[in-house]
Ligand binder design. Structure first.
Ligand SMILES: Cc1cc2nc3c(=O)[nH]c(=O)nc-3n(C[C@H](O)[C@H](O)[C@H](O)COP(=O)(O)OP(=O)(O)OC[C@H]3O[C@@H](n4cnc5c(N)ncnc54)[C@H](O)[C@@H]3O)c2cc1C
Length: 397
């Protein structure tokens, strides 16, 4: 890939920098596991208006409507990362459901759901996993039986992030119990306020309940809420998973985190020596930096592939595994850099960055599992990327 930019692109870079400088006082953090607050909603609206969020999503669905331009997108990402500016919401609705609807949703579904989701007014959760269906997702048992024009949904989901805050769920249900397991699934959208839904929080080691158990008892959902056709849910779910894994391993987010770690190591001192000047700590930092750069350049391989319309192959397969493990290791180095302060988590005078390093360290361990575990990612890389023999099924071992 030629990394030199034309004068037109340099002018675009100046434009983005100008925007970031002008609006520095309005930066609002992305919504975490809570509903977005006013300032975050306003920041999101500003980003959409200027084409820095929802850039290529058509205007009729509430996006900015720009033609896809990979170089411009890269410049935006670089400038936002360098300025430490939040890129707007990257929740499950925006990063997973919206691209899925654009690919396979009906016109009515696109018109109804994309704009309010982009603006952060409608918060979604993802109802895939069940107690007996995680890595082997196609084993899911939550059933949807026909009742006139509706389905009645019964069963349960687990590890449902943001279910307690969400307005809506995109959910996998079994509509054809007799069909082979991959063929009998449908992908349905319905409100979390529908009667018959119970959400029970699951507290994690971060101290908060990021995800939940969700129970369905005869939840009435119109059949028109199916996305991509009845019984086609497995294909639709995989479209969503592709976007989920890209988002979870986003190298730009990892690079931004590395920048924060560098700042931390410049600030923290032991016996008057900055941690970044400690040879052992610096060596660890540089090893991580090398891996972050590798993933950044791997990201450019993905860009090149999408510019030429070719499959990214291995470059695409490694993103989730590498990105999630790297994020966790960056947080781990930050905890070590904090020394005895690293064990603090609750509010207190010595707590750094409001405990965000500690939170990341604990939460990101989970993201090595969420969206497909590291072991499953390694299976995918070895079988699809390296062409190694398929893993024997349990029954044939
Ligand atoms: C932070 C977090 C957020 C999540 N958010 C959501 C959400 O919003 N919505 C949702 O639907 N789900 C969510 N999940 C669930 C997540 O997708 C599942 O946890 C994941 O798919 C793994 O499934 P499981 O937990 O059932 O583990 P299992 O599939 O039971 O796996 C247990 C262990 O066995 C290993 N294993 C299983 N099969 C194989 C194999 N064939 N080869 C090698 N090793 C294997 C796994 O890698 C793992 O180490 C979330 C999970 C986490 C941790």
């Amino acid at each position: 890939m030629d990394l030199k930019l034309t004068p037109e692109m340099e002018a675009f870079r100046d434009e983005v920098r100008g925007f970031l400088q002008t609006h520095e006082d309005r930066y609002a953090p992305n919504a975490g596991d809570e509903r977005p607050r006013e300032a975050a909603l306003e920041w999101q609206a500003l980003l959409i208006d200027h084409g820095y969020a929802a850039r290529t999503i058509p205007r009729e669905y509430g996006g900015y409507g720009a033609e896809p331009d990979i170089l411009k997108s890269r410049i935006i990402t670089e400038e936002f990362t360098a300025a430490g500016a939040p890129r707007g919401f990257a929740n499950q609705g925006i990063s997973m459901l919206v691209p899925t609807l654009l690919e396979v949703g009906s016109e009515e579904q696109k018109k109804r759901w994309i704009a309010p989701t982009l603006r952060g007014e409608v918060v979604w959760c993802q109802g895939y996993s069940e107690p007996g269906a995680g890595s082997d997702l196609a084993s899911l048992q939550t059933k949807a039986t026909e009742d006139g024009d509706d389905f009645l949904i019964s069963g349960s989901k687990i590890w449902t992030s943001t279910a307690a805050q969400a307005d809506m769920i995109f959910c996998l249900v079994r509509t054809e119990p007799q069909a082979p397991k991959h063929d009998g699934i449908s992908y349905v959208l319905f409100p979390m306020k529908t009667p018959g839904i119970e959400v029970r929080p699951l507290k994690t080691m971060t101290g908060s309940a990021e995800f939940n158990e969700v129970f369905f008892t005869d939840v009435r959902v119109p059949q028109s809420a199916v996305v991509g056709g009845r019984g086609r849910g497995w294909f639709v779910a995989n479209a969503t998973l592709k976007h989920e894994r890209g988002m979870l391993g986003d190298p730009n987010a990892t690079e931004a985190r590395l920048h924060s770690l560098i700042e931390l190591m410049k600030t923290e001192r032991v016996d008057g020596v900055r941690l970044i000047d400690d040879p052992v700590m610096c060596d660890r930092l540089m090893q991580l930096q090398a891996r972050v750069l590798t993933m950044k350049f791997n990201g450019l391989r993905l860009l090149t592939a999408s510019m030429t319309g070719e499959s990214a192959g291995m470059a695409g397969l490694v993103v989730k595994l590498q990105g999630c493990e790297l994020n966790h290791q960056i947080a781990a180095l930050a905890i070590d850099a904090l020394g005895e302060l690293g064990v603090l988590y609750e509010d207190g005078p010595y707590l750094r960055s409001k405990g965000s390093w500690q939170r990341s360290y604990m939460f990101d361990l989970g993201l090595i599992i969420g969206g497909g575990t590291a072991q499953i990612q390694k299976n995918i890389i070895s079988e699809r990327g390296l062409g190694m023999p398929r893993e024997p099924k349990l029954a044939s071992v």
